[in-house]
Design a protein around this ligand. Structure first.
Ligand code: SAM
Length: 329
């Protein structure tokens, strides 16, 4: 039976992760990171494995030669294995960003950065790295340096292994992104924002977008922090909940954005790609103010059709082209 390259890689990742999960008594995601480490180093790095399982693992690893696959084949297989591991017990806010959104983000970043061609990029909520890797694989010739920050140690390990397997150079930091960051401002920020309250009130007090009472919204603080670490004239692409501008904190957010950035556009993603329509999201595109940049004449407001609706997609792309001609050239 013929299997696709992605299935061949997934089978090896999955079967070896299951062996390691049992042997190390850990979760599937932890075992996936361990097996990724083995594949990357070309040897079994866990010392405590029984001889029998070492043999089984080696035999499985020999079934594939990673260098014969494309980065996207590796990313998709790895993504599938992560999805399997996340099925059981991952909170909504830690979910990996799916392909469809990564591809739309990549397209938008490419269009908005046409003038600068090469850029540095930061994802301050990098999670498993799937969103950042999708963008880096699509825009390989354009990204000159990439940074990812993540508070969860398993997720950042998965991001680190994924970057290694896909041979993508990324600097990763395991820390709270709302504390001081050890990076210089970048040209592009991209983030699937964690939505909810930030528990650290004293940390939040350093932000203009802190709440006047109770915990602050983490997603508002993330927007402020991302702007802090963007070069003047740089772009920010956020995946936001559709109701971002409707909360009681929204007036403060509006005022802050009006001072700091030019809002470029809000693109609502098709409801059909979200399991729960109440959790549907949009892409918010911002440009940090600078003397050399002007506000667009009109903010791009669009509803993205389902990707399978070719006619609606062509109409949407024509609308985007028109907007770029009128506002960015
Ligand atoms: N784009 C990611 C991917 O493809 O896997 C998914 C991002 S997920 C929606 C949001 C991420 O923000 C989660 O991984 C969560 O652990 C992280 N996060 C939440 N609060 C954080 C904080 N204060 N500092 C750094 N990361 C944080």
């Amino acid at each position: 039976m013929n299997i696709t390259p992605m299935e061949a890689i997934f089978n090896v990742l999955n079967e070896t992760a299951l062996i390691l999960q049992e042997e190390l008594s850990c979760t599937y995601l932890e075992a996936l990171a361990e097996t990724g480490e083995n594949l990357f180093h070309g040897e079994i790095v866990q010392e405590e494995i029984s001889e029998l399982n070492k043999k089984r693992l080696k035999k499985k690893y020999e079934e594939i030669n990673l260098s014969s696959f494309t980065e996207e084949q590796i990313r998709k297989a790895y993504q599938l294995a992560i999805l399997k591991g996340m099925k059981d017990n991952v909170q909504a806010n830690h979910q990996m960003t799916p392909d469809t959104i990564g591809l739309v983000m990549s397209y938008l970043i490419k269009r908005f950065t046409e003038q600068i061609k090469t850029f540095s990029i930061l994802d301050p909520a990098v999670g498993t790295g799937n969103l950042l890797m999708t963008i880096m694989n699509q825009l390989e010739d354009n990204v000159i340096s990439a940074y990812g920050i993540e508070i969860d140690d398993i997720l950042i390990k998965l991001a680190y292994i994924g970057a290694n397997l896909q041979s993508q150079p990324v600097q990763l930091y395991n820390q709270d992104s709302l504390e001081h960051l050890f990076i210089d401002p970048v040209d592009v920020v991209v983030s699937d924002l964690p939505v909810g309250y930030y528990p650290n009130d004293s940390g939040a007090s350093n932000y203009q977008l802190k709440s006047d009472k109770g915990h602050s919204y983490a997603h508002h603080l993330f927007i402020e922090q991302s702007i802090n670490y963007t070069k003047p004239g740089g772009y920010l692409f956020f995946l936001i909940p559709n109701g971002l501008f409707e909360s009681e904190e929204a007036p403060k957010l509006h005022k802050f954005l009006a001072e700091q950035v030019h809002i470029q556009g809000v693109i609502q993603l098709p409801l059909s790609i979200f399991k729960n329509p109440n959790a549907a999201k949009s892409i918010l595109i911002l440009q940090k103010k600078d003397d050399s940049v002007k506000a667009p004449k009109q903010v791009l407001i669009a509803n993205l059709p389902t990707l399978s609706n070719q006619h609606a997609m062509e109409t949407m792309l024509a609308k985007l082209d028109k907007w770029f001609r009128e506002n960015k050239e």
